[in-house]
Design a protein around this ligand. Structure first.
Ligand code: IPM
Ligand code: MG
Length: 348
């Protein structure tokens, strides 16, 4: 468990409460170890990702991450930043495949800024490449210029596209690869490798290419037409914040980050939300849905994963809301109340 900063510890507590409840119900026994990351780690050790944290993660079956960052550590000239902790962790665990599902509860349509009718039938997954591209390329800075290198190797594209294509095969049989091949050389490599890999290994999957600017537009114009999207690191970062508005709130969405081996990393897609940190009002749903993904992908407990998803759905359908998704004069629940409602809704 890496609670991190801001609302990170609040939602992480919700996550462990859920896992404890799942354990009690199904006779499992989970062992937790809390470790430092982000600003909390910088304060305690001077580093955003201490070696003890990496070691503990490597010894675990799965890693739960709250969130990192906050105004206290956001001096752009600081030697270390909390976000470096997350990036270094993704690299250390080699979790190159970031799964970000965007599922819509029709009951939350009014919480979305989009027109209700656009949201009908939305059920998409973004597969974001997580350990390459501009996030990890060489950085340079002098007095008057700065650069960030966006580099992809063919093997990095192959493994993420293969991952996404396998998911597409289980879903609609369609894959949309998002790039900027009209401008970027790294995107032209991405597209060439994707075309070849799909022809060789997944000839039955329908492959579509979309430029990232067009994808940003179509995501809000006709979101229900998307199913599995695969894209590079930074495009995936940007498009998933945009896509979260389909679900009504960033607070609803989970993510899982997986590699070829080793522990999976599970985190809600929201950030540390300094504006509401410490108030106990954060939406725990993104974390709880991430716990469902953890049960499914790292522990292979499909039934338990499904039970957690059912419980979230039941409580949302019953009208329980945290402040970020409360509409029409509903009195919002706080983090603990919402978590307890969802835990209580777990099927027996
Ligand atoms: C995310 C976040 C991170 C990212 C930050 C905190 C480094 O925005 O997980 O989407 O950019 O990957
Ligand atoms: Mg992001």
């Amino acid at each position: 468990m890496l609670p991190g900063d801001g609302i990170g510890p609040e939602v992480t507590a919700a996550g462990t409460k859920m896992l404890a409840a799942v354990a009690a119900r199904s006779g499992h026994n989970f062992t937790f170890s809390a470790q430092l990351i982000g600003g909390a780690a910088i304060d305690a050790t001077g580093e955003p990702l201490p070696q003890d944290t990496i070691d503990s993660c490597r010894e675990s079956d799965a890693v739960i991450l709250g969130a990192v960052g906050g105004p206290r550590w956001s001096d752009p000239n600081a030697a270390t930043r909390p976000e470096q902790g997350i990036l270094a962790l993704r690299a250390a665990l080699q979790v190159f495949a970031n799964i970000r599902p965007v599922q819509i509860f029709p009951e939350l349509a009014d919480a979305s800024p989009l027109k209700n009718e656009l949201l009908e039938g939305v059920d998409l997954v973004v597969i974001r490449e997580l350990t390459g591209g501009i996030y990890f390329g060489e950085k340079n800075r002098d007095a008057h210029s700065a650069s960030d290198l966006c580099i992809y190797h063919d093997y990095e594209v192959e493994r993420i596209v293969r991952f996404a294509a396998r998911l597409a095969a289980e879903r609609s049989g369609k894959l949309c690869s998002v790039d900027k091949a009209n401008v970027l050389e790294s995107s032209r490599l991405w597209r060439d490798v994707t075309v070849k890999l799909m022809a060789d290994e997944f000839p039955d999957i329908e492959l579509e290419h979309m430029l990232v600017d067009a994808a940003a537009m179509h995501l809000i114009r006709r979101p229900a037409d998307f199913d599995v999207i695969v894209t590079e690191n930074m495009f995936g970062d940007i498009l998933t914040d945009e896509a979260s508005m389909l679900a009504g709130s960033m607070g609803m969405l989970p993510s899982a980050s997986l590699g070829d081996s080793g522990p999976g990393l599970y985190e809600p897609i929201h950030g540390s939300a300094p504006d509401i940190a410490g108030q106990g009002i954060a939406n725990p749903c993104g974390m709880l849905a991430s716990i469902a993904m953890l049960l499914r992908h790292s522990l292979k407990l499909e039934e338990e994963a499904h039970a957690v998803e059912q419980a979230i759905q039941t409580v949302i359908c019953d009208g329980a809301r945290t402040a970020d998704i409360a509409t029409g004069g509903v009195t919002p629940l706080n983090t603990e109340q919402m978590t307890d409602r969802i835990v209580a809704a777990l099927p027996a």
